[in-house]
Design a protein around this ligand. Sequence first.
Ligand code: HEC
Ligand SMILES: [Cu+2]
Length: 403
Amino acid sequence: MSKARVLSAGGAIPVLLGPAWAHARAFYDFQAPVTPIARDILFIHDLFLVIITALFLIGTGTLLYSVYAHRYRRNGIPATFTGPVGRKQWFWASFPFAVLLVLDYGVLGIPALHSILALANTSGSAMTVKVTGHQWNWQYEYPAYGIGFTSTLSTPQDQIADEAPKDKHFLLEVDHPLVLPTHEKIRIILASADVIHAFWVPAFGIKQDAVPGYLRQTWVEIDKPGTYRGQCAELCGVGHAFMPIVVRAVDQVAFNQWLSREQAVAAAQRAASGIAYTRGQLVTAGRKVFDAYCAACHQPNGLGLAGAFPPIAGGHPFAAAAPMIAALRARGFYRAGDIVVGPIANHIRIVLHGIPGTPMPSFASQLSAADIAAVITYERNDFGNHTGETVEPSQVLAIKTGH
Ligand code: HEC
Ligand SMILES: [Cu+2]
């Protein structure tokens, strides 16, 4: 336990309350800090808490004492002076002001300044990770190692819909966590692809906005292996609660093993772009991509959301559902036409580049050509869209690279 924790105003309470205290702490206290920044911040917090508690007690105590000691019945003549008179009164009138100055700018100000400067000092870092916020997931890149991936929520839909019991890490579980080595200074560069998000991992003491058009930076040096969880801390749209952050901190050896595995996967993915798949393979892979990247807006059933997100369930040939589609159109939310059953090139372009000026994001940097081919094949062969067409990764690459 650190000096600061012992110092804390609550120091005597555990003795009095025992287990109830332990329970309350697990709920209300901060997560155990695992980086120098987090420890610094917690130290300042505890120091502030002790000082403001003392000030509060002295101030309130003086007030209550004065109300009691100088009450009307005891001394009914109110003082008539309006300000300090004489040296002694001036001294006592300015004393609290001087004390506050020293506390604010010295006792509290110096450690606070120290941690603000430390937070921004990314010099001497051993590696850099780029974190990009998207509506609604986080993308992680390791520029020096040529790898990168997107990390999406993996809590099952039925738990979200309240149709299954929620597990311990409800809405705090992802398919692909950020993996970082321990005992190494890591620079984190933050960017956003659309709106403002905030990268917040409490155990690291980091809560930094990811602002479109800017690169911002911070750093971590994790001293304990483990799994650390955080969330987006800036309201960024309807999926805001569904873009958690999971960081797995491992020792250097395990990190290197993970790196070579990821590099192998990345190489295989690049190679896969040239492979021809069967429609069945693409549909199966595409369903997973759709659930992870598209269902938040276009909904798991492909029907979209009134007024906001168009349905993926297309027009012809779709006799059974035609009245439903007509009803959707009448309410004005199937705007862009029958993209999903129209020319394949348009469909690919929309998924690659998004629809500017609308929430439809660009997936060119987030998904591999194989993933995009899969999700498009899936959209064209499910939700009642029986086009029977297959879109291969090479078609996506051709449009992406402009050939
Ligand atoms: C952030 C919300 C969002 C996500 C995530 C999203 N879309 Fe969209 N999508 C939209 C919106 C909004 C439109 C309609 C834009 C407009 O025309 O106003 C759209 C339109 C489309 C269209 C054109 C539909 C038509 O016929 O008009 C296709 C195709 C499409 N999205 C596919 C996808 C695929 C594939 C994914 C996942 C890889 C995806 N979208 C993820 C919001 C989203
Ligand atoms: Cu967000």
